[in-house]
Design a binder for this molecule. Structure first.
Ligand code: UDP
Ligand code: MG
Length: 321
């Protein structure tokens, strides 16, 4: 198998038939032996029935379908896809045709043309979003790269629309974490990565599942998963406020003995109590975020539960991963 394409699908029954036609057409005419790994991330619509049909149709060299027991999120879907992909090269693309199969093929070509590289990552040359989202995303990449360890190779704007060799897939599979932030994971595993500019098309049908709120919590997730900088920030703020307290103490003593001004009491105390109480709670919250992650990772729950897995050969099994 030369190429595996992983396609996470959440309520995409409107897009899937068109996607399947386009992908089989594009990859088929390129004369590649390829497989399509569809992961149904707990959709309530006809997504799974369609995947099942694709597997039976015999129109692709091989189709694998993984059906989750509920919605586990795109990151879990990608992990399931990776563990079922058997190709020498693995690609990831969305189900909504915002990423053209033609582009995926071009990326595959780029990887083949560069034997020294292990990954080709698409990044958006033009963003089709409101300026607020674009602005926040830009700020996120700067902060993320600044405060995390091992992710300096991260390409701003690069999504998980990628094509990579088996060694990268194995490296990703070797990371057993439950909280998966694939933008960070791809950067963390390293390997030579070629950036590939592309312009996303509009969605074929349906709507995006990423609201601004979901994006924000995804960004925070990424920072807590890849950085201990917030803890250092808490220490720094604590140290600075202690220093301020010491300086203020000397000012008060000096005022009391060397001048005839009386240091004002009540308002200062109220302000200080509010400030320090706030900082203490903030710090506890930050520590709590890490403790919660230790707790969740410590449970060692699988990242997903698959009700069934089907392949063109008709195997049907349940699986966790
Ligand atoms: N997706 C998924 N699980 C989810 C949300 C999304 O598998 O919980 C899939 C979705 O079907 C699509 C891809 O992830 O194939 C990207 O989602 P979407 O198009 O909504 O995101 P956007 O393109 O707006 O970033
Ligand atoms: Mg999309």
């Amino acid at each position: 198998m030369e190429l595996s394409v992983i396609i996470p699908c959440y309520e995409e029954h409107e897009c899937l038939p068109l996607l399947f036609d386009r992908v089989t057409e594009t990859l088929g005419s390129a004369g590649l032996s390829y497989e399509l790994v569809f992961v149904n991330d707990g959709s309530k619509d006809q997504t799974w029935q369609l995947i099942d049909e694709f597997a039976r149709s015999g129109r692709a060299s091989r189709v694998v379908g993984v059906d989750f027991s509920r919605n586990f999120g795109k990151e879990a879907a990608l992990l399931a896809g990776l563990s079922h992909a058997t190709g020498e090269v693995v690609g990831i693309m969305d189900a909504d045709l915002q990423q053209e199969p033609q582009t995926l093929l071009a990326m595959y070509g780029e990887l083949m043309a560069h034997p020294e590289a292990d990954c080709v990552a698409a990044y958006q040359s033009a963003r089709h979003e409101g300026t607020l989202k674009a602005l926040l995303k830009g700020a996120f990449y700067r902060v993320f790269k600044g405060i995390t360890q091992g992710t300096s190779g991260m390409i701003a704007g690069a999504s998980d629309f990628r094509v990579f060799r088996r060694c990268v897939a194995e490296a990703l599979l070797s990371m057993p974490e439950y909280h998966r932030f694939s933008k960070g994971l791809f950067a963390w595993v390293g390997f030579e990565t070629i950036p590939f500019a592309y312009e996303p098309s509009p969605r074929a049908a349906g709507t995006t599942k990423w609201s601004l709120r979901k994006l924000m919590s995804y960004a925070i997730e990424g920072i807590f998963a890849f950085s201990t900088a917030p803890l250092k920030l808490a220490t720094l703020v604590g140290a600075l406020s202690s220093l301020a307290a010491v300086i203020y103490f000397f000012v008060v003593v000096w005022e009391a003995f060397a001048t005839d001004r009386v240091p004002s009491g009540y308002p200062t105390i109220v302000c200080l109590i509010l400030l320090l109480g706030g900082l203490t709670l903030l710090t506890l919250g930050i520590i709590g975020e890490y403790v919660a992650r230790i707790y969740l990772e410590g449970k060692r729950r699988p990242a997903y539960i698959a009700k069934r897995v089907i392949t063109a050969e008709g195997h049907e099994v349940t699986q966790t991963g």
